[in-house]
Design a protein around this ligand. Structure first.
Ligand code: GLN
Ligand code: ZN
Length: 753
């Protein structure tokens, strides 16, 4: 048997020093020309080719200026009519970010990752056409550095179309795309590449069977080019799709062995003799080092069934570049972290082991590192015990909603509130920055924050809002803020990963049992409440959102980690109550996005996710009004879960969904209070009084008036005060007019007196 090869499927693409972000932003400000931007782009490509020089088959052509789905959308000429007057980079960025009043393509989550792609729009009269020039350039550049190791990464046509919004029949568009892909494959063949990766993650979803004929048709055509195809899947196992997917006319398939259960599928059904099985054993989405011995063991099990290759489980774009450069992480933690660079070393190491080289010292080093980590991250017996001994009562409020509601704050009809954050202006960011760099003392910093709180409370009072917030000026990010304060978390200095386009995030790392050592939000709450008689909302990020936006440990189930977070937040709620909070909001914007890819696993997830929220809020006094906030509108399939959270009030995004959420809520018969957003904070447009009123009227037709809250559809941190002030003013005025109209109807005799 030949040597076992190694492969990758894509690499981080933001630049080791976030060069691309800086170049992009400078370009958009007109400070950097296209040439300079593209030079930076090539630097990033060179960095990644050089980093992967020891890999046998290197995924290439995956670099992107903004989003790889957008790249393929453009390469295939799928350009919506509204952008017809643009071309070149202007067209690219217009589709990415909008331009001249034209809306951008919609951003949405890439499967179950925290990366967001731009949704292609296939219009009714759209004719695909090919332009692969930029892609071919990327491949040529990689070939200069990697020669025949270069393997083009191509987004497969069925996956691409299944991500799109289609105004034409799927099959019809696919027919037109197939020849373009054939043309691409022929071009790549002429470039002398040895194989091509076609990425088709769509194959792992439950309903992939519906696409079977499309896959067969497309891949039969592709086979005619006689360029070996590696059909790449990730993020889950193939499930029922396995039976026919392994039968497609391709030279190799890549399967993810870090998520789902592809191993059982291979062991049950066997593997076709004519195909290479590329085993994704090094997890592209986890930041944890592997145990080389275990991985080798799995590789050997897989090898019994056919010819194999060792692979990353997915692109490494989901992890930061390097763990080794982090200066402030605890050493025992650092020893077991593997970001992209460390993962490449792991792939090379297992590759060597699989080819019979001894790696005794590496295995020993890995075992030592893990054992040091284990003694460092020892379980906190008391926390584990608290979770083991939870009782049903811990998840429940003292009294049912109808009984506790009368004891909560009394508010006028259509109570007016906001979701939490107020503008994070340059001044606010500078204040936090100076404190972080040690340029100002804690007292000076807090005085600065308090001035903003005072200002914001004054504004809200002046506008006539009913439930006020402190404005979240002390938080750069709603998850990072809590991660910094809780035990069990670590924060990196340079661990950036792309969320979308030029937006990068540094997800916190959960490495140990989670414990709250001191109140986290009480100081700012007190300050805010001291400025006003009106109720101020305590403001917390929920356990599921903190978990979903962090890298979690893998030695403890996610459910248990969520419960640990819930217990810490529960203590915070008790402290907020003691400090006088009558209203507390626990945000869960990331609850829905944690849904597993396969429906069969939804229920299990939702059960513990809802329980974690209930555990957080279950200890709140009856008198405390518990709010939650979620900013997405596709609620359709999780209403039961949302209802099960048992929050007294929920605020949700509605402004962009054309009141669809609202109709669904009404249909579901949601009985508690709701604030469907009255305007879209993602846009700079300022809603008029009439527009807000129209919204509120629509709400009143679907919900009982006493259920309805008046609020924007998300936090205001991305807006500036010039937008916020008139928008809130109009929102409040609309609510007052609605109240007056309601009273006029309810008490006609008074009016005629
Ligand atoms: N309370 C947060 C804010 O207002 C909620 C943010 C969110 O929903 N993502 O910013
Ligand atoms: Zn939101």
């Amino acid at each position: 048997m030949g040597r076992i090869l190694t492969q990758t499927l894509g690499y981080p693409r933001i630049g080791t020093d976030r060069e691309l972000k800086r170049a992009l932003e400078a370009h958009w400000r007109g400070k950097v020309g296209a040439d300079k931007l593209l030079e930076t782009f090539r630097t990033v490509q060179r960095q990644s080719a050089e980093a992967q020089a020891d890999i046998d088959r290197v995924g290439a052509g995956d670099a992107t200026l903004y989003d790889h789905v957008l790249d393929w959308t453009l390469r295939l000429g799928l350009i919506p009519t509204r952008f017809k007057s643009f071309d070149g980079l202007e067209l690219y960025f217009a589709m990415a970010k909008g331009a001249a009043g034209l809306p951008a393509l919609e951003l949405t989550k890439w499967y179950d990752t925290n990366y967001h792609y731009l949704v292609p729009e296939i219009e009714a009269d759209m004719q695909p056409s090919a332009n692969f020039k930029d892609f071919v350039e990327q491949i040529a550049l990689a070939q200069e550095l990697l020669g025949e190791r270069t393997v083009p990464v191509v987004l497969g046509p069925v996956t691409l179309l299944s991500l799109a919004r289609l105004e034409r029949p799927f099959g019809e568009v696919l027919e037109e795309l197939i020849p373009l892909y054939v043309e691409l494959l022929s071009t790549l063949k002429e470039l002398g590449v040895a194989e091509v990766q076609l990425h088709e993650p769509r194959l792992v979803l439950d309903d992939a069977g519906e696409f079977e004929n499309h896959y067969r048709e497309a891949y039969q055509e592709f086979a005619r080019v006689h360029l070996p195809i590696n059909l790449v899947t990730y993020f889950d196992d193939l499930g029922d799709t396995y039976a026919w997917a392994v039968d497609l006319p391709v030279a190799a398939l890549t399967l993810d062995f870090t998520r789902g259960d592809n191993l059982s599928l291979v062991e049950q059904h066997g593997w076709p003799k004519d195909k290479t099985l590329c085993a994704g054993l090094v997890d592209g989405r986890s930041i944890w080092a592997i145990g080389p011995a275990e991985v080798l063991d799995t590789l050997n099990r897989i090898q019994r069934h056919g010819g194999i290759r060792l692979s990353a489980s997915s692109s490494l774009q989901f992890v930061p570049y390097r763990a080794s450069i982090e200066k402030h992480l605890p050493e025992p933690l650092k020893g077991v972290l593997a970001f992209a660079e460390e993962k490449l070393a792991e792939i090379v190491l297992i590759g060597r082991m699989a080819n019979g080289e001894s790696a005794v010292s590496e295995i020993e080093a890995s075992e030592r590192a893990w054992s040091e980590y284990r003694s460092f991250a020892q379980a906190e017996p008391e926390i584990r015990e608290r979770i083991r001994t939870l009782e049903t009562g811990s998840y429940q409020r003292h009294s049912p909603y109808s009984e506790r509601r009368p004891s909560q704050i009394e508010l006028p009809r259509f109570p007016i509130t906001t979701i939490g954050s107020y503008p994070q202006t340059a001044e606010v960011r500078r204040l936090r920055g100076r404190y972080k760099r040690g340029e100002i003392s804690q007292e000076q910093y807090e005085a600065g924050v308090d001035a903003w709180i005072g200002y914001t409370i004054g504004i809200q009072e002046g506008m006539g809002l009913d439930v006020l917030v402190h404005g979240e000026f002390e938080r750069s990010d709603m998850v990072e803020f809590f991660a910094e304060k809780l035990d069990g978390f670590a924060l990196t200095e340079s661990g950036w990963v792309q969320s979308y386009g030029n937006r990068y995030v540094r997800p916190p790392i959960i490495w140990g049992d989670i414990r709250r050592t001191a109140p986290m939000t009480v100081r700012e709450f007190r300050v805010a409440q001291s400025f006003t008689e009106k109720p101020v909302k305590g403001m917390l990020t929920g356990p599921v959102t903190i978990l979903n936006w962090s890298y979690s440990r893998t030695d403890v189930p996610r459910k248990e980690v969520a419960f640990q977070l819930a217990l810490a937040l529960r203590e915070e709620i008790a402290d907020l109550e003691a400090a006088g909070a009558r209203v507390i909001q626990v945000d869960e914007p990331a609850l829905r996005e944690g849904l597993p890819l396969k429906r069969a696993r939804w229920e299990e997830y939702l059960e513990w996710a809802v329980d974690a929220f209930r555990l957080t809020t279950g200890g709140a006094r009856d008198e405390t009004q518990v709010h939650t906030h979620m900013c997405y509108s596709e609620f359709g399939d999780i209403y039961d879960a949302i209802d099960g959270m048992n929050a007294d009030v929920i605020s949700i995004e509605n402004a962009r969904s054309g009141d669809e959420t609202l109709h669904e809520l009404a249909e579901f018969g949601y009985s508690r209070e709701v604030g469907p957003g009255v305007y879209d904070i993602h846009s700079p447009n300022i809603p008029s009084v009439e527009e807000v009123k129209a919204r509120l009227k629509a709400f009143s037709e679907n919900l009982r008036p006493e259920q309805i809250w008046v609020n924007p559809d998300c936090g205001l941190k991305t807006r500036n005060w010039d937008e916020v002030l008139p928008a809130l003013g109009n929102m409040a005025e609309a609510a007052r007019q609605m109240r007056a109209e309601l009273e006029a109807v309810a008490e006609p005799s008074l009016a005629s007196d």
